[in-house]
Write a protein that binds this ligand. Structure first.
Ligand code: NIG
Ligand code: FE
Length: 392
């Protein structure tokens, strides 16, 4: 089948994320053009040497970076926790206890309501340059409600994550072992067909989440069911989550707010991506982890939103980039790379997060001359995604 090719010109600065195609770690080219064929990059080079194409799009001198890869989001939920946020800003600490309120609201929502909210959030992400998003379950916590969340998530992304082990739901209070049996048994069986990944909130000190042994049991069961592994690790304390993630070969250890030297060393020596969620530190008044220390140790760092109604309700990857530059000691180039190639690594995807030949032609187009503006102009809506509507 022949498809129409598109030549994209007017790119003042193109970040390819491919050092072979341009300068520095972002593979920067100026006055570049791209040819897109069947949704993939078919050619990258200087605009004055561009081949003919069926159509032409002129971006009018804008900067282009790869579409953001948001590798951590909880988008299937109902209810409102803005009062919890307000209390936190006044000093109440975040401990995950508010998750139960979202579980209650989500269970009583209709499929139509959840689908509508999910679609609105995905559209909001896309308007801000995110072209790949991971979506977790975790606000159902019954066999039916978790499977429903994943079925709905599957309608918007292939990157779906079973998070039945988000917290112990109220009806299992004091019976964590029984709940882990449910998660690793019937719930996993019902959810695995709709999930690519399994995740667990590993936080031994928390009254709500799971200790290292329970987390290991969940991850091993998920792996046996064919799922890839991700871990909510070291969010509230320097617990066993990060090292467990590295030991089990998880694709990603997420949060990494409280890290010991051994955690940093493990992430530096393993294949597990350190996914940092600076919006969570912002919205929970937690200390920001030091991303530079992770990069210096040899770790791959990703940035993601963690969009959820409790610990961080943003869909803006640009906001996360700005925070990571201001608070986590990343350069603007490193932060953009973490939000694109880093996210792709956290999802073990080679087809997104860069704009080399063969990559998906997912672009974040900036109403600015350079990628630096993502951190330089925080809070300003500079970004749009191209192509403008999801292609599936
Ligand atoms: O990634 N820590 C666990 N889960 C989410 C928060 C969920 C919530 O508070 O609703 C997180 O921060
Ligand atoms: Fe999360």
């Amino acid at each position: 089948m022949t498809t129409l090719t598109t030549l994209i010109t007017g790119i003042a600065e193109l970040a390819t994320n491919d050092p072979a195609l341009g300068d520095g770690p972002l593979g920067i080219r100026h006055d570049a053009a791209l040819v897109v064929d069947a949704g993939a990059v078919a050619w990258v080079g200087p605009a004055d040497a561009a081949p003919e194409a069926d159509r032409r799009v002129d971006l009018g001198g804008r900067a282009v970076v790869p579409g953001f890869v948001d590798s951590h989001a909880h988008l299937v939920f109902a209810g409102d926790r803005s009062a919890e946020f307000e209390a936190r800003m006044a000093g109440t600490p975040y401990d995950g206890g508010g998750i139960a309120a979202t579980v209650l609201a989500t269970r009583s929502a209709t499929d139509g309501d959840l689908r509508h909210r999910l679609a609105a959030l995905v559209a909001e992400l896309r308007r801000q340059g995110t072209t790949t998003v991971e979506v977790k379950s975790g606000y159902g916590l019954t066999v039916e409600d978790e499977a429903r969340a994943l079925r709905l998530a599957r309608e918007v992304t292939g990157e779906t994550t079973f998070l039945g082990a988000h917290v112990v739901p109220p009806e299992y209070a004091g019976r964590t072992g029984d709940y882990v049996d449910l998660v690793t048994g019937p719930m996993l069986a019902a959810c695995a067909p709709y999930a690519r990944w399994i995740d667990v909130f590993c936080e031994p000190g928390s009254a709500h989440a799971f200790d290292g042994d329970a987390a290991r049991a969940v991850l091993e069961a998920g792996r046996a069911a064919g799922l890839g592994l991700r871990v909510h690790a070291n969010q509230l304390s320097a617990g066993p989550g990060v090292r467990l993630a590295v030991e089990l070969g998880a694709a990603s250890a997420d949060h990494c707010t409280f890290l010991t030297g051994a955690d940093v060393e493990a992430l530096g020596g393993g294949r597990t991506v350190a996914t940092l969620l600076p919006g969570v530190e912002f919205a929970t008044r937690s200390p920001y982890p030091d991303a530079r220390r992770l990069l210096d140790a040899g770790a791959t760092v990703a940035l993601a939103t963690d969009c959820n109604p409790g610990s961080c309700y943003t869909t803006s990857m640009a906001f996360c980039i700005a925070l990571a530059v201001r608070e986590m000691r990343l350069t603007p180039a490193e932060a953009v790379r973490a939000a694109t190639a880093g996210g792709a690594a956290a999802l073990r995807r080679a087809d997104v997060g860069h704009l080399g030949v063969g990559a998906r032609a997912d672009l974040a187009v900036l109403d600015a001359p350079s990628y630096r503006y993502l951190a330089y102009r925080p809070g300003v809506p500079l970004v749009t995604a191209w192509p403008p509507a999801p292609e599936g």
